[in-house]
Design a protein around this ligand. Structure first.
Ligand code: ADP
Length: 192
């Protein structure tokens, strides 16, 4: 089993690259953002509570996203491996993920961290907001709040995996294919 975390701030290209990576490597894509938006679309109690938090650019409580990931792991017992996108976003989520994988005698193979400048992030998210239908992408204040949440709570998740020498920084500015190639080089070094 090969498990990968695609890491980086909002707008760094995790969703775009995840689609290409799962196609190449046959991994199961687990995006907490997508799982939460699916709850919102189905108007579940969880989705209604999460929407209020997401629209402010804040993080949904750890126990909610950890529960979603735990169920998703159980729902995919035969996966070749998982690509985690947008999770873990706090140190508590990282510790919970390690524990969930340990039960399955698995671990994180590598964390690939996309590096993109803040101005480029805001620009990309505002452009995405024109077509994505995501209310959290249309307001610059909400976008900046998400970047602050990233710096305050999420950036430290890389330190957690750095302790195990699992973090590789990848340049996140360039063409989609250039970035994809750079990610694949790092995965190919580790997958066999
Ligand atoms: P982006 O990376 O562009 O912010 P996501 O789709 O990953 O987009 O996340 C959208 C929102 O969903 C976040 O701003 C946050 O409110 C919530 N969210 C997603 N994943 C998590 C998580 N692991 N922990 C807490 N909140 C999350």
């Amino acid at each position: 089993m090969f498990n990968l975390i695609l890491f980086g701030p909002p707008g760094s290209g995790k969703g775009t690259q995840s689609e290409k990576l799962i196609a190449r490597y046959g991994l199961k894509h687990l995006s907490t953002g997508d799982l939460l938006r699916s709850e919102i679309n189905r108007q579940t109690v969880l989705g209604q509570a999460a929407k209020k938090i997401m629209d402010k650019g804040q993080l949904v409580p750890d126990e909610v996203v950890i529960g979603m990931i735990s169920s998703a792991l159980d729902d995919n017992p035969h996966a070749k491996g998982f690509l985690f996108d947008g999770f873990p976003r706090t140190s508590a989520q990282a510790e919970a993920l390690d524990a969930l994988l340990q039960v399955k005698k698995a671990a994180i193979g590598v964390m690939l961290a996309l590096h993109v400048s803040e101005e480029e992030l805001v620009k990309r998210l505002l452009i995405r907001g024109e077509t994505s239908g995501r209310s959290d992408d249309t307001n610059e204040q909400v976008i900046r709040a998400r970047i602050v949440e990233y710096q305050d709570k999420t950036a430290a998740v890389a330190d957690h995996y750095r302790k195990y020498d699992k973090v590789v920084m990848v340049e996140g500015e360039g063409t989609i294919n250039q970035i994809f190639d750079a990610l694949c080089i790092e995965i190919d070094k580790r997958i066999f």
